[in-house]
Design a binder for this molecule. Structure first.
Ligand SMILES: C[S@@+](CC[C@H](N)C(=O)[O-])C[C@H]1O[C@@H](n2cnc3c(N)ncnc32)[C@H](O)[C@@H]1O
Length: 287
């Protein structure tokens, strides 16, 4: 099992996301569509409404910030944050293209938020808390910067088996290429897939009234297998790394094996994978 010290691990994670930023920008329209149910779930669970001040932690290429900007309206505001320069740049460029005036951008890590106590009404993170170097510190930071009684809400993936969008490719690739074994608590998409795991982190950080919602939805987009293959192999750092070790001669065999497994999720040039996420919400105690 690969062991790295926390600084090495954090650098590896952020370097990978810096490379990923160009692909998350390239596929932004598809990502927005595919993961829209996660944004809707977060908005609902965190009770986001008109006029609120919202913090987005690990906003990536811009979601859920860009959607929330429209929900809170001109009397509200969104603070987009991400530690990766490439993510901040592409998200900000998109907000400029849309002429959004109620979003601000800050490059910072979730476990060291450069904001005063009680600055925001709500804090959210879509698919980001699993990559924090220290999730417990990150949650404590989120609670610190929201007002008493405010909600903090994180969307994370459920188990691999319930998420064939990922496992269909990964399981097949694993049959052909040996992937490096990771520590079970290493930053990874499925780090908080076990029900109760992230809720326990929130509880330990001081959050109250925890709610864990299982969100079952379809990851849908008007794309055929070919585009899915390209999107998956470009967007995922783990797959990029694994596929880099494959000889060009073997690539068609692997791709065909994935296509055979994935074909049932593609009908009439439309992709539809069942998916499961967890949305974990807690409140900062009212004093
Ligand atoms: C899977 S992407 C999700 C991006 C976006 N929220 C979305 O749902 O499309 C994960 C994001 O977490 C960010 N991230 C990684 N480490 C982080 C940290 N320590 N604090 C905050 N965000 C982090 C990455 O830079 C990346 O933008």
């Amino acid at each position: 099992m690969k062991e790295m010290n926390p600084e090495q691990q954090s650098k590896k994670t952020l370097d990978a996301w810096q490379i990923s930023a160009q692909y998350w920008d390239k596929y932004r329209a598809l990502i927005a569509q595919m993961f829209a149910p996660l944004t809707a779930g977060l908005i609902e669970e965190a009770r986001i409404g008109v006029g609120q001040k919202v913090l987005d932690i690990g906003g990536g290429s811009g979601e859920p910030s860009l959607t929330i900007s429209g929900i809170v309206g001109p009397t509200g505001s969104v603070m987009f944050t991400d530690p990766v320069a490439g993510m901040v740049e592409t998200a900000q460029a998109e907000a400029d293209r849309r002429d959004l005036t109620n979003i601000q951008f800050k490059q910072c890590s979730g476990d060291d938020l450069p904001f005063a106590d009680d600055t925001f009404d709500v804090a959210v993170g879509r698919l980001s808390v699993m990559f924090f170097a220290d999730p417990a510190t990150g949650v404590r930071e989120a609670l610190r910067v929201i007002r008493n009684g405010g909600h903090v809400s994180f969307a994370v993936w459920g188990p691999k088996e319930a998420n064939p969008f990922f496992s269909t490719v990964n399981n097949v690739v694993d049959r052909f290429v040996e992937s490096p074994e990771e520590h079970p608590d290493a930053p990874d998409a499925f780090r908080f897939a076990t029900p109760g795991k992230l809720a326990a982190v929130l509880e330990k950080a001081g959050a109250k009234s925890m709610v864990e919602r299982e969100l079952n939805f379809q990851i849908e987009a008007p794309i055929a297998f070919e585009q899915f293959w390209q999107l998956r192999t470009e967007m995922s750092e783990t797959l990029r790394e694994t596929m880099a070790g494959v000889t060009p001669a073997r690539l068609p065999t692997i791709k065909q094996a994935v296509a055979d497994e994935a074909q049932k999720y593609f009908v009439n040039e439309t992709m539809s994978f069942p998916a499961q996420a967890l949305i974990i919400t807690g409140r900062k105690p009212a004093v």
